[in-house]
Design a protein around this ligand. Structure first.
Ligand SMILES: Nc1ncnc2c1ncn2[C@@H]1O[C@H](COP(=O)(O)OP(=O)(O)O)[C@@H](O)[C@H]1O
Ligand SMILES: [Mg+2]
Length: 460
């Protein structure tokens, strides 16, 4: 590219020189034509010498066969010259020509191949010819031989500069391509690596956010997605390990008791019955855990269907109070109901029942003997507002955020001995959400707990 560019510039420079030389040569040719025709040697010699001085070169006059007739330097008379510039006029009938030749080899310069004809040591000389015409007959050729060394030098310099500029431009292009690829390709490659790691199950993959604009948004979205997947993955693992642990405990207890029964055949009847009833209650626990787990798994996979019907929440509360009354009586607890509205709702009866039962059962279960359990139901705007509160031990502040988590129990040992699975509240939470409602807890340690449920009475 640099070569062809400098060739173009070279052509332009030559063009100027050629035009100047040629017009002068043509003028001279016209001037000397009559003298040549007349073969007036003295006049020709005069005209040539003066023209040579004017043109700053050596002027030669050739006859129609290319033989030198006159030389302004007076040296080459009689020599036959076969330069292409001469031949072009004599044979091809051109009116004039111009060429630059190497002094040593005589090779004609081709400006488009300037880069490859670079010979700084070679002298260069320009040949400018013009036909001398008389009565439309070429009767001779004028040849101007002029040094073009200086012009060639300029051309070489120009060429050097162009090659340098070209190299610089190429380097700049390369550099910008590199930067471009760094800015565009690297973040994409980083994201790809992240996705591949994630595809292999490594959810800790994050991409570095070095990009800007859309790439940055993409990286941020990817990171937040992988973060969520990681949490999900962790909580699933946690859930599975909790579930296994919960199932293992009653199994281990049962194994010990059964082994005692096997290896102590002469155990007294009373103890034996006690062991068997313990085993029986462990089996109940196991089946409770399993059915709670099933409920949760079903809700997780989003394939729970609500079988809705018209019902009154107040009625459900009364029924559950009735169910729990015997246990409350045993603990000399009071259950106080304040039902200011029937709160008719179109909802899934067994699921709402589960919500109310779990909350009330917790209150009865965790409140000390002689405590009071209050259940208040009212209408607040379009919602049913249910509050189940007690004056039991309450829930410590640090446990409150986890109270609806699966298997979460404030006092593990106490809850287990009361037959709890730690799944009740998380099921309640899910069921309330399924009905489009919300649940929250308010509690202060030692001052009891209140569970507050809001359920929309009209769907949509
Ligand atoms: N009314 C309450 N008063 C004090 N603590 C409670 C009350 N209700 C629930 N809790 C605490 O919340 C935990 C989780 O309750 P839940 O999910 O129903 O599990 P479970 O009753 O099977 O232990 C209980 O273990 C208990 O520590
Ligand atoms: Mg419970």
């Amino acid at each position: 590219m640099a070569g062809s560019l400098s060739g173009m510039v070279g052509d332009y420079l030559f063009e100027q020189r050629i035009r100047a030389d040629r017009s002068q040569m043509e003028a001279l040719a016209v001037r000397i034509a009559p003298s040549l025709y007349r073969s007036d040697a003295a006049a020709l010699q005069d005209q040539l010498s003066s023209a040579g001085g004017e043109l700053g070169g050596r002027v030669l006059l050739l006859d129609r066969y290319g033989k030198v007739q006159l030389d302004s330097y007076g040296e080459m008379a009689g020599v036959r010259l076969q330069y292409p510039e001469v031949v072009n006029i004599l044979v091809r009938g051109q009116s004039g020509d111009y060429g630059v030749h190497a002094l040593d080899s005589g090779e004609r310069l081709d400006t488009s191949r300037l880069l490859f004809m670079r010979r700084p040591d070679t002298g260069w000389v320009g040949y400018c010819t013009a036909g001398v015409v008389h009565a439309s007959d070429v009767i001779g050729v004028l040849l101007l031989v002029s040094p073009v060394q200086e012009m060639m030098q300029n051309l070489y310099q120009l060429q050097d500069q162009m090659v340098l500029i070209f190299v610089l431009i190429a380097a700049a292009a390369l550099l910008s391509a590199l930067i471009f690829s760094r800015v565009i390709t690297n973040p994409i490659a980083g994201l790809m690596r992240g996705i591949q790691r994630m595809a292999k199950g490594d959810f800790s993959a994050r991409v570095k956010i070095k990009a800007s604009g859309e790439m940055k948004q993409l990286a941020l979205a990817f990171n937040s997605m992988s973060e969520k997947l990681e949490t999900l993955d962790q909580s699933r693992n946690q859930f599975v390990s909790n579930a296994s642990h919960e199932l293992k405990t009653p199994l281990a207890t049962m194994k010990i008791m059964i082994e005692s029964l096997i290896y102590q055949p002469d155990m007294d009847k009373e103890l034996r019955t006690e062991f068997l009833s313990d085993i029986n209650s462990e089996i109940d626990r196991l089946s409770n855990i399993v059915s709670d787990l099933l409920t949760l798994v079903q809700m997780d996979s989003h394939n729970v269907k609500l079988t809705r019907e018209n019902l009154s929440i107040a009625t459900l509360v009364k029924e559950n109070a009735h169910r729990l009354q015997p246990i409350a009586d045993q603990k000399s607890q009071q259950i106080q109901l304040t039902l200011s509205d029937p709160c008719d709702i179109y909802a899934d009866k067994s699921k709402l029942n589960q919500v109310i039962y779990n909350l009330m059962e917790n209150a009865v279960k965790y409140t000390q003997s002689g405590g009071v359990i209050r259940v208040a139901l009212s209408r607040q705007g379009r919602d049913a507002h249910l509050v189940v509160s007690d004056n039991g031990p309450g829930i410590p502040k640090e446990n409150l955020p986890h109270i609806f988590d699966r298997f979460y129990r404030v006092d593990k040992a106490r809850s287990r001995e009361k037959g709890g699975t730690g799944l009740g509240l998380s099921i309640v939470h899910q069921l309330v959400l399924l009905h489009g409602g919300s649940i929250r807890v308010e509690s202060e340690e030692g001052k009891g707990a209140s569970f507050i449920v809001d359920l929309p009475l009209h769907q949509g």
